[in-house]
Design a protein around this ligand. Sequence first.
Ligand SMILES: NC(=O)c1ccc[n+]([C@@H]2O[C@H](COP(=O)([O-])OP(=O)(O)OC[C@H]3O[C@@H](n4cnc5c(N)ncnc54)[C@H](OP(=O)(O)O)[C@@H]3O)[C@@H](O)[C@H]2O)c1
Length: 327
Amino acid sequence: MPKTMRAVEITKPGGPEVLAMSEQPVPQPAAGQILIEIAYAGVNRPDALQRAGAYAPPPSASPLPGLEAAGRVAAVGPDVSDWKVGDEVCALLPGGGYAEYAVTPAAHALPVPRGMGLKEAACLPETFFTVWTNVFERGGLKAGELFLVHGGSSGIGTTAIQLASTLGARVFTTAGSDEKCAVCKDLGAERAINYRDEDFVEIVRDAGGADLILDMVGGDYLPRNVRALADDGRLVQIAFLSGPKVELNFAQVMARRLTITGSTLRPQSDLAKARIASALREHVWPLIEAGRIAPVMDSAFPLADAAAAHARIESSGHVGKIVLKVR
Ligand SMILES: NC(=O)c1ccc[n+]([C@@H]2O[C@H](COP(=O)([O-])OP(=O)(O)OC[C@H]3O[C@@H](n4cnc5c(N)ncnc54)[C@H](OP(=O)(O)O)[C@@H]3O)[C@@H](O)[C@H]2O)c1
């Protein structure tokens, strides 16, 4: 095992140019952890927020960016019995994925689905953990319900459309171009709304209102989401790309028995994340292995070009997931 590794570090808060290659010590797995020799690392919007100084890692996490990866187990810490050296895994990471090696709790790793390559597998953890816990656990989405997901072409959106439609919900979504809307429909959306041309509130209300909305936009979408909800509808907020502060008339919440909630994955306990991992293994991995759901791949960049990968995700020109090729 080498003592040092190549890794991308955030040299200071700022734009993509603050990402730089560096030499870092190879982390050692503590009790209950595995060390992964990373083949591919997923790039997510929260990585860009962390780079900009707007999303600090939890105190115990690596300061290096990277919330998910796929590769081979290179070492196991004490008390790990689920994995052995050489197993191929994809895993949610507390941080540190933009590197040749990273440690994570053994219970946050999942097997690479049968028939899937490491490149695609690296794209699964962050969005599948997030969508599963917010849409199906917190949001309680059921077959037959009308589900609206904003940002349908994002990593989160492409995952949510596929999972919700495969599990029997009617899916409406918003995206910023006709091309993105076409992809969303191919993935299973019944209605894809180009929000630059059409008003999602009217379209969703005409369809009876949304039973559940998954939103990452916030800002003026908050009152508009409330209007788009059906009676007893639920709104789950997972980000605020347009800002978290807004004026809202809460009388609607009371009169129509609405629920407004939200969550963020990274600060949750190891146990909470382990529970999400086992739910995914039970309910979702069989759907992936049956070929009914697959990550939508946008592009791959060499690890050394992480800045270009960040520029792409922040351009919003992408559809689906961006990965870094580590080895
Ligand atoms: N709470 C959690 O646990 C959690 C976990 C993971 C990710 N997230 C959040 O979920 C969101 C999606 O993540 P991701 O990695 O899938 O992102 P992503 O692929 O970068 O997608 C974001 C997309 O949202 C759309 N969008 C709509 N309004 C926008 C606005 N005001 N500013 C920027 N983009 C806007 C853009 O497409 P168009 O505008 O062209 O449609 C953009 O491509 C991010 O905000 C991320 O921080 C939350």
